[in-house]
Ligand binder design. Structure first.
Ligand code: CP
Ligand code: NVA
Length: 319
């Protein structure tokens, strides 16, 4: 197996610079064009590269996008879950990292506490990618911003110009997605209008941001949507918080993105949702299945954006 000269991990959105994101958006567009033209692009074929996918929580998009993406790039995949590995039988995460990273080239982990993936990365010989933790979901925001750039490109043709200065309305839970939006806003220069029910606010310390000007808080979700370029939301109950489901249903009842909210946003505003979605809860069927919604492109773009990320982590900057 081949280890890179210096390991870069992708554990939080801010682990890459703005310039590196500009590179990734350009590479994702290149890789997507190849995929659409049914042209092979296999930089991981020789020598063969292997990705370990470790899931401690359920997934559809993250698994399919990484697994299909790695095979399409000529590499291979090993899939592990808590239930079918020693992870579920209390083998220390540090020991798992030492062992797994001796046999593969890259590791993606979906788990609970961010501290767990940080501990894995600290003992890994190969790059580690965050496939969602309680605190962050950087691969999703990478894909979401790539989708924004694709649908609303800047006149300059520069991806970062399509993002800078924009207003993103976040309606719902102050969760892993919200935290990651805040990191992206601080790094790439846009503003998040956050509206959450009381008790579910974002916490700038937990989100890992220092610039409090990158977000504004609104009690009323309609005010958060006013003049937004992008309206986005997520489930009311994230994985791991299922015991709170009934309490959350009551608390979040007014935080459903509906057509009235979308009408307050800019006329060309997009709607995004990381999925899975619950129509009639955090979003109405009219909005998610309506003309401003780009959720299917957003989901597909997970694969193209993550291919660019894997290429960068394993092979560095390719022109
Ligand atoms: N959006 C997302 O991460 O989806 P999955 O939970 O299906 O992977
Ligand atoms: N906030 C959600 C995202 C799912 C992709 C969760 O953590 O369950």
């Amino acid at each position: 197996m081949t280890a890179p000269m210096s390991i870069r991990h992708y554990l939080q959105f801010k682990d890459l610079s703005a310039d590196e994101y500009a590179h990734l958006f350009a590479r994702a567009a290149f890789i997507k064009r190849k995929f659409k033209a049914v042209e092979k692009y296999q930089p991981f074929a020789d020598p063969d590269r292997t990705l370990a996918l470790i899931f401690e929580k359920a997934s559809t998009r993250t698994r399919v996008s990484f697994e299909a993406g790695m095979y399409q790039m000529g590499g291979s995949v090993v899939h592990l879950t808590t239930g079918d590995s020693q992870l579920g039988r209390a083998e220390p995460i540090e020991d798992s990292a030492r062992v797994i990273s001796r046999m593969v080239d890259l590791v993606m982990i979906r788990t609970y506490e961010q501290a767990k993936i940080e501990a894995f990365a600290a003992h890994s010989r190969v790059p580690v990618i965050n496939g969602l933790t309680n605190e962050f979901h950087p691969c999703q925001i990478l894909a979401d911003l790539f989708t924004l750039v694709e649908h609303r490109p800047a006149a300059s043709g520069q991806p970062l110009d399509a993002i800078r200065g924009k207003v993103v309305a976040w309606v719902g839970d102050g969760n892993n997605m919200a935290n990651t939006w805040l990191q992206a806003a601080e790094l790439l220069g846009f503003t998040v209008h956050v509206s959450t029910p009381s008790g579910y606010e974002v916490n700038p310390e937990l989100a890992g941001i220092s610039d409090r000007n990158c977000f504004k808080v609104f009690k009323d979700p309609r005010e958060a949507c006013a003049d937004a370029d992008l309206v986005t939301t997520d489930v009311w109950t994230s994985m791991g918080f299922e015991a709170e489901n009934e309490v959350r249903r009551a608390a979040f009842a007014q935080w459903c993105v509906d057509e009235a909210m979308m009408q307050l946003a800019r006329p060309d505003a997009l709607f995004m949702h990381c999925l899975p979605a619950h129509r009639g809860e955090e979003v109405s069927a009219e909005v998610i299945d309506g003309p401003q919604s780009v959720v299917w492109d957003e989901a597909e773009n997970r694969m193209h954006a993550q291919k660019a990320l894997m290429e960068f982590l394993l092979l560095g900057r390719l022109a």
